[in-house]
Design a protein around this ligand. Structure first.
Ligand code: GLC
Length: 741
């Protein structure tokens, strides 16, 4: 009995520990919503819980039901639309809602603004490699300004899914493998979208997705099962969602996957107990696309009605597209399977977000501004160029970069002049004809007569005569910039791969160009980490350019010319090979670590013919200069629980180039109640240093940041001994010790 009581107490501690207090603005919104709900019919309340895609006139939904959506708006049986590209169409539909429906409740329009609206910033995995939170916030701000001028109120972003498995194509949308960094990135993006006032006409509602743990699908296969302990979830996957909510995100999206055996969209522990009771979320949850109905496919719901019943009772507010909510809602209430109280709660949370967006006050405020005045502003394009440059990661360089005494440059490869591919997946309102490609940017930087172009090959297929043309170009040049990698169609949703090497046709191109005897710089365009052993071995330098966005080309020109110094650091490990996946720096040490003196070489946690470590670790990134980390000082060797650990380190720019670096602080909890990662990022600082300059970087780590999930699921820090390392990647060797008393 005692154990049971103890467990209950512990859960009570967990449950009430982090729920933020409701703001005055939210209280006012709910007051308004509750008054409105008193006037609403059940059908109208259900309408607020239904989101559709729209086409003109009658639309047959995935449920096979034909609906005239203009009429549905008049009847109040739809409250939201997604993915409408036309501002005029959104205004037309809003007009019907305001003027022709009984209560004039405004519609909310959502769209996938993932890494920019018109201007495409690097895909999020790449942008996160800038480790520049201000830049990420500003990029989201720019996206919000462009988005609102199109009449859109709400984005399905940030994607906060931690993932360490590059077989899963959606790693391109997130911030990589680390919970601490992922949390900082998620919060920065929410701040950028929502600003200080959700009601202003240039801020949009954010959406924390995909709740939850969608980034851990079995075998890296999209939509696959996610099964993990609550402990693992709370330690590794929850932090970015939590940080985005604490930053004030107005909405959440449920994920496609099942989680601990229950599809997220019908998972009451996720959507209510954790999200509402423990984390204090007061906004609304929209399902992912048809995900309410997909409980039937998962085999946990008998039919659409059962699916709607489970999702509603799990506290999922809005059914994206399928239609089970509006189709079955009334019967579910009449049969007592879903209470009207539940419907009122689901409805008031949707109405409150609409209220906070200012849509009741002025339903046409968004889109009043002329989109042409906002889109593609020169200063924002310049900023996108800077973000892209900061995001690119130099993996290897034998001195060929920055290019020196170079007259003729051969620009080769399927990504060299690929305006659509360079802006990646999920481009919302991005336009390939606004992309500045590598080819055009190198011509601009070095003069067109000095640049010879050859595509060389397609992504997966050779081009007839392509290799010969590429070799001819190489022979005429002093150096070859070889743009290899993956097309935009091999990143983002439903793009799982079992091979993560550069496709063979492109490897053949590299071999042929290499044989020309000219120096080769590989520019790797990708939305995911890859196995780049071949390129690193054969090329003189490898620069990961990601799918760098609209201004990818000029950013590449800035870096290869030395006008700018590379400063990106990986937020996702690059595996030695796909067989290691998922591989990440913060794995646990096991009872038989490879350096275990008690055992001979065999009985250890290792592979027989392959290293445990990735080819390039989390945090890794080269520069044209060299940063030396020295004199690590543990300023607080002993800290009380609740105090702050202070660590300083000296950094010197030993080279001849000015440059930026990212000082990273890692800890290890040496003896804990549960097994802890070998290392955990607990601090970072991006800084600039001129050649020869030094500075002291000081980290302050509150002991609360050292909290972890205990055996009773309480989340807290312990007293005990810790190791600390500081350096420029997760293999940092400069170390110290401290104790929490
Ligand atoms: C998609 C994605 C989700 C997106 C939604 C709306 O299937 O999973 O990330 O926001 O549908 O397009």
């Amino acid at each position: 009995m005692k154990r049971f009581l103890f467990a209950l107490t512990a859960l009570a501690v967990v449950a009430c520990s982090t729920a933020p207090k409701m703001s005055q603005e939210e209280k006012e919104a709910f007051k308004f919503a509750d008054k409105l709900i008193e006037k609403m019919t059940l059908q109208e309340k259900l309408g607020q819980l239904q989101q559709f895609v729209t086409k003109k006139g009658d639309v047959t939904g995935p449920d096979g039901v034909k609906r005239n959506l203009d009429e549905a708006i008049r009847q109040g049986t739809v409250g939201s639309f997604l993915s409408i590209r036309s501002k005029e169409e959104m205004l037309r539909l809003q007009k019907i809602a305001i003027e022709e429906s009984r209560l004039g409740i405004p519609l909310i329009f959502g769209f996938d603004i993932i890494h920019g609206c018109r201007i495409q910033f690097p895909e999020n995995l790449g942008a996160s490699c800038s480790w520049d939170m201000e830049a990420l916030e500003h990029a989201a701000r720019i996206a919000a300004e462009e988005t609102t001028s199109l009449g859109i109120h709400w984005t399905f972003s940030p994607m906060c899914d931690i993932s360490a498995d590059p077989r899963w194509g959606r790693v391109s949308e997130g911030a990589g493998e680390d919970p601490y960094l992922g949390a900082k990135v998620a919060a920065a993006i929410v701040r950028g979208y929502q600003g200080d006032d959700l009601a202003s006409d240039n801020t949009i509602a954010a959406c924390v997705k995909h709740f939850a743990a969608y980034g851990a699908p079995q075998a890296g296969r999209d939509y696959h099962t996610v099964d993990m302990s609550e402990m693992m979830f709370r330690d590794r996957y929850l932090p970015p969602y939590k940080a985005a909510l604490e930053a004030g995100a107005a909405t959440v999206m449920s994920s496609f996957n099942d989680f601990m055996g229950i599809p997220a969209s019908g998972n009451k522990w996720l959507m209510h107990t954790l999200l509402r009771e423990e984390l204090g979320f007061t906004g609304f949850v929209v399902s992912d696309y048809n995900a309410v109905h997909e409980q039937v496919k998962h085999g946990t719901a008998a039919d659409g009605k059962d699916a709607a019943c489970q999702a509603m009772n799990a506290h999922l507010n809005m059914d994206m597209v399928y239609g089970d909510y509006i189709t079955h809602g009334e019967a579910l209430v009449k049969e007592g399977k879903v209470s009207e109280k539940t419907i009122n709660q689901l409805c008031r949370e949707v109405l409150a977000v609409k209220y906070r967006l200012g849509l009741f006050d002025d339903p046409f405020k968004y889109g009043r501004q002329n989109h042409e005045d906002v889109a593609y502003r020169p200063e924002n394009l310049q900023f996108a160029r800077e973000v892209a440059a900061k995001s690119m990661v130099l993996l290897s360089n034998n001195g060929v970069l920055p290019l020196k005494n170079v007259k003729k440059i051969a620009v080769v490869g399927p990504l060299a002049d690929a305006p659509r591919d360079q802006i990646g997946a999920w481009i919302s309102f991005g336009e390939a004809d606004h992309s500045v490609t590598t080819l055009s940017a190198i011509k601009e930087r070095y003069g067109a007569p000095n640049v010879i172009y050859a595509k060389g090959s397609d992504f997966h297929k050779p081009i007839k005569g392509g290799i010969e043309e590429a070799v001819r170009a190489a022979k005429q040049a002093d150096v070859v910039l070889l743009s290899l990698g993956l097309p935009y169609t091999e990143g983002g949703e439903a793009t799982s791969l079992t091979e993560i090497t550069v496709p063979e046709a492109q490897q053949a191109l590299l071999d042929a160009v290499k044989k020309s005897g000219k120096r080769v710089v590989v520019l790797l365009g990708t939305g995911r980490a890859m196995d780049v052993r071949n390129e690193v071995e054969k090329a003189d330098a490898v620069l990961v350019t990601w799918h760098g966005g609209t201004m990818e080309g000029p950013a590449i020109a800035d870096l290869v010319s030395g006008d700018k110094n590379p400063s990106g650091h990986l937020t996702m490990s690059f595996p030695y090979c796909v067989g290691q996946c998922p591989v990440h720096y913060n794995m646990k040490i096991t009872g038989r670590p490879r350096n275990n003196p008690q055992h001979d070489k065999k009985y250890l946690s290792r592979y027989m013919h392959t290293p445990n470590e990735p080819l390039f670790p989390f945090g890794y990134g080269l520069s044209y200069t060299e940063f030396e980390y020295s004199d690590l000082q543990v300023l607080t060797p002993e800290v009380e629980l609740g105090g702050v650990v202070k660590i300083s380190v000296k950094v010197t720019n030993k080279g001849k180039y000015d440059g930026d670096d990212v000082a990273q602080l890692y800890i290890r909890d040496l003896v804990a109640e549960t097994t802890r990662p070998m290392r955990e990022l607990k601090g970072f600082e991006r800084f600039s240093l001129k050649a020869g300059e030094s500075k002291v970087v000081t980290f302050e780590v509150p002991t609360s940041d050292l909290a972890y999930c205990h055996r009773d699921l309480s989340f807290k820090a312990d007293a005990g001994a810790f190791k600390v390392w500081v350096g420029e990647d997760s293999n940092a060797t400069l170390e110290g010790d401290f104790t929490i008393k």
